[in-house]
Design a protein. Structure first.
Length: 414
């Protein structure tokens, strides 16, 4: 039986979610039929305790690739793209973990996929070949240069495909996941809001679906919308965006926000949006937009595998400069607040956010426009690796300068 992945339920339901994971992410895959220009999209907010993130270039394997990794660790990747236009990311799902499983874990398995797969079909074959010999427990999101777009719920010994191009599975052309699977919780229907309220990360799943629905109602999803709205979403437990936030009504932000269960949250360390290509377009045009640091405190930078290298601001031996300054802005905005139990909770102090967003959001829109102009030219002629590298470096430098200037203005020390 096929599971419908589309969210049809209203969000006006209390979500009493419990538990906390060291690794937890919100993701989505959007097929070309649901985007404004027919090109697929892939999105991930990475949540983990590993706060230092960077972008690396990998030239071993069958395909050259670029990926977001925990700084200093190239053995595992957490979202990435290769020269064939294949893109991958994941969200951990504990309900698919198997005791005693041996083999490649989630991050090392994704690295293998990035280096050996060109299509969604290749990835499905890799899963079949490794059933029983890997140690994965994840929802893997993938897109390719042939229009493929799917999420695979994968344990160590089995997997299940949710194809965003299949109208029976994804009637509106997208699949969203957080940190549970419908394979591991088969008694939960995706339209059952009350049941989802009992599951850890159910609120983020509902909110992620709602954000995509809103974009579709407005004409279709885009990389810009994912970056500026999905990655930075702050909403209350029933899915209502806070006034003054990027998705909220005009008004004043609450003085403090508990971001335990929001999409942009206190455990979010980076995000990526992959902007794919149409069939017969050059796969090197596939763009990986990377946000180092919690999205609310950083700016996205475009990366292209065909450049063959990464700007210094995105890399580094132990940390990356952009991530460092974004972290400093983020850390200065979180405060410990005493709760009713006599303990402390880490809360987001929103006082600096309006000033930050007044500079970062317009800057990011300009970067999106510059990249869009370049992509239009390259589609008419061919991908220009030199121009792409210049643009990647320029934007990386500008983002670092912008964030550094903001930190100085707010008296924050990177």
């Amino acid at each position: 039986m096929k599971v419908r992945s589309k969210c049809l339920m209203p969000l006006a339901v209390a979500l009493f979610l419990t538990g906390e994971l060291a690794v937890a992410c919100t993701t989505g895959v959007i097929s070309g039929k649901a985007t404004i220009d027919g090109r697929p999209l892939l999105w991930k907010n990475r949540d983990t305790s590993a706060k230092n993130n960077q972008v690396v270039y990998l030239d071993e394997g069958d395909y050259r690739s670029m990926a977001v990794v925990t700084a200093g660790n190239r053995g595992s990747i957490w979202m990435g793209v290769n020269e064939a236009g294949f893109c991958i990311e994941n969200s951990v799902t504990r309900d698919l973990s198997e005791k005693g499983a041996k083999g490649l874990g989630n991050g090392s398995f994704m690295k293998k996929a990035l280096q050996t797969c060109a299509t969604v079909e290749d990835f499905e074959r890799l899963l079949k070949e490794t059933d029983g010999s890997r140690a994965t427990a994840a929802n893997f999101g993938v897109i390719d240069a042939q229009g493929g777009a799917a999420i695979f719920e994968s344990s160590a010994s089995t997997f299940r495909k949710f194809d965003a191009n299949d109208p029976e599975v994804a009637p509106h052309g997208y699949v969203v996941r957080s940190n549970f699977s419908f394979t591991g919780t088969p008694d939960v229907d995706p339209t059952d809001a009350a049941k989802l309220a009992e599951i850890y990360s159910g609120g983020r799943f509902l909110r992620g679906c709602k954000l995509v629905d809103m974009a579709l109602a407005d004409g279709g999803m885009s990389a810009k919308h994912l970056l500026q709205h999905n990655t930075r979403d702050y909403s209350d437990p029933v899915g209502n965006p806070f006034p003054g936030s990027v998705n909220g009504d005009p008004g004043t932000l609450p003085e403090r926000i508990d971001t335990t269960h929001t999409i942009s949250r206190k455990t979010t360390v980076s995000a990526a949006v992959f902007y794919g290509v149409k069939p017969n377009e050059d796969p090197l045009l596939t763009t990986m937009w990377v946000m180092l640091g919690e999205p609310a405190f950083t700016v996205a930078v475009p990366c292209w595998v065909g450049t063959g290298e990464i700007a210094d601001e995105m890399l580094g031996e132990k940390t990356s400069p952009i991530c460092d300054v974004a972290r400093s802005l983020r850390d200065a905005s979180y405060v410990e607040v005493a709760n009713d139990d006599g303990e402390t909770d880490l809360m987001l102090d929103t006082s600096a956010l309006p000033a930050i967003w007044a500079r970062t959001l317009p800057s990011e829109r300009k970067h999106l426009e510059r990249a869009a102009d370049a992509l239009d030219r390259w589609r008419e002629s061919k991908f220009d690796p030199d121009e792409a590298m210049r643009l990647h470096r320029q934007i990386s430098l500008e983002v670092h300068s912008e964030l550094t200037s903001l930190a100085a203005a707010l008296s924050v020390t990177p």
